[in-house]
Design a protein around this ligand. Structure first.
Ligand SMILES: [Zn+2]
Length: 447
């Protein structure tokens, strides 16, 4: 079936070679954006606090298509910069020594458009009546200058001013809203470390309806015409939150916002503290319940515990898919075991050409990677037993809260979880071998 017993190469070049920069890390983004929905015109000022990790004579940032008009470094007057298709490279007046913090201020403008990528278009995109940002994995430079590397997390303050009838939803907490001359400014603050691809702006004729899920405050944002459908289809969120907090540990952010766009969307997607669904996902019959659980689970797996490189995407998607099965089990629907058996049966008939631990950029969002990632976790659960398995998930989210991880980190943690139990050392090596069969080889192991 096209499968090969050969192990994958031990490391891969970047999955997004045009994104990310070396020589510094980001600490905080302050984005001040004026946007006109009618004309898709964006005027932005990005104030970015960075720290040099090497002596810097030039500062490259990712920015696609939008034109930079002025750059300052630490408040000094206009400094030199050059702009190419996907970068703006700044030359500070004097070299910045390693270890020093500095602030870059960039004024830029244009008509934001999504970027073309291996995975279709990503980034800022116009809706029929509003705008959506869906950046995974390389779309962030379509709307702000950044170090577009998932391992480089920073805090965000995003201020968007737009025409009054529109609501703006961004990551984090709405800290200010004011209206002047028919335009409203919405200011959001996201204090927890956030990857660029999870920073977002959503603009539409939305009403914002508060809800709570246990101790977590939430907002349902969507078109008023869809209010009852949204209320119904996201009504299980409090139970989902309870299920996942019990299995994964405390919810890692200040709140959770759902945005339902007036347009249909091919797939829902996660952002930091937030998830975006299309009108088609809120049909009033709960048809997308599986996906509601999936996106919520990303807040732990992918958003709080992030990937150090896209190569490790299964640590986001395998966990989010397995969470769908955990929710199914918890809510009295099909058990994870029966869902795993059915999925294994289906995958066994498909080409076995994916190495889950290093799928390559073309296959990183392949449904088979998602499902086989989930099966990997089910196989591990069978090996460890429920107590050790869920203990592992809770210590994983606690230890790596707001950090980034690799597959090797997870294999080590799973080995330690096995070693701590009854079988001790033999258990640890069995777990390492089991995970290697699932993650490093193309052939589908038996369940
Ligand atoms: Zn996902």
């Amino acid at each position: 079936m096209g499968s090969s017993p050969l192990p994958a190469p031990s490391s891969s070049p970047s999955y997004t070679p045009d994104s990310g920069n070396s020589g510094y890390r980001s600490l905080a983004y302050d984005l001040d954006i004026a946007y006109r929905v009618a004309t898709n015109r964006l005027d932005g000022t990005a104030t970015i606090r960075l720290i040099a990790t090497a002596d810097l004579t030039r500062i490259p940032l990712d920015l696609a298509r939008l034109r930079v008009s002025k750059v300052r470094v630490d408040g000094t007057k206009a400094v030199r910069f050059v702009q190419s298709a996907a970068k703006v490279v700044i030359t500070p007046a004097a070299p910045i020594p390693a270890g020093e913090e500095f602030v870059v201020t960039i004024e830029y403008a244009g008509a934001p458009t999504p970027r073309n990528s291996t995975w279709g278009t990503v980034g800022w995109e116009e809706l029929t009546d509003g705008a959506i940002v869906a950046s995974q994995p390389s779309g962030a430079p379509s709307w702000f200058p950044c170090n577009d590397d998932p391992s480089d997390k920073a805090s965000y303050r995003i201020r968007v001013t737009t025409e009054q009838p529109y609501a703006v939803v961004c990551n984090g907490v709405l800290v200010r809203r004011s209206t002047r001359s028919g335009r409203t400014t919405w200011e959001y603050e996201q204090t927890q470390p956030t990857s660029t691809y999870l920073a977002t702006v959503q603009i539409g004729r939305y009403e914002l309806v508060p809800f709570t899920a246990g101790a977590v405050p939430g907002v349902l944002a969507g078109p008023p015409a869809l209010r009852s459908r949204i209320g119904h289809d996201f009504g299980e969120l409090p139970s989902m939150m309870a299920c996942f907090e019990e299995r994964f540990g405390p919810y890692p952010f200040d709140g959770y916002t759902i945005v339902v766009t007036e347009d249909d969307l091919e797939i829902p997607l996660e952002a930091q503290g937030l998830a975006i669904f299309g009108a088609n996902h809120a049909d009033g019959h709960g048809s997308a319940e599986r996906l509601v659980a999936h996106e919520l689970a990303h807040q732990w797996f992918g958003n709080s515990v992030g990937v150090a490189s896209w190569q490790y995407i299964w640590l986001n998607e395998g966990f989010a898919c397995y969470s769908e099965w955990l929710w199914s089990e918890y809510s009295g629907s099909q058990s994870a075991a029966s869902l795993a058996a059915a999925t294994h049966e289906r995958l066994s008939k498909l080409p076995q050409d994916i190495v889950v631990g290093d799928p390559g950029p073309k296959l990183m969002f392949d449904d088979r990677l998602y499902k086989r990632g989930a099966l990997t976790l089910h196989a591990l659960r069978l090996e460890l037993g429920d107590d050790a398995f869920f203990g592992l998930l809770r210590s994983w989210t606690a230890e790596h809260r707001h950090g980034v991880v690799s597959t090797a980190d997870f294999v080590a943690a799973a080995g330690a979880a096995a070693g701590a139990g009854a079988g001790a050392g033999a258990g640890a090596s069995r777990v390492t071998a089991l995970l290697s069969a699932w993650l490093d080889r193309r052939v589908l192991p038996p369940l």
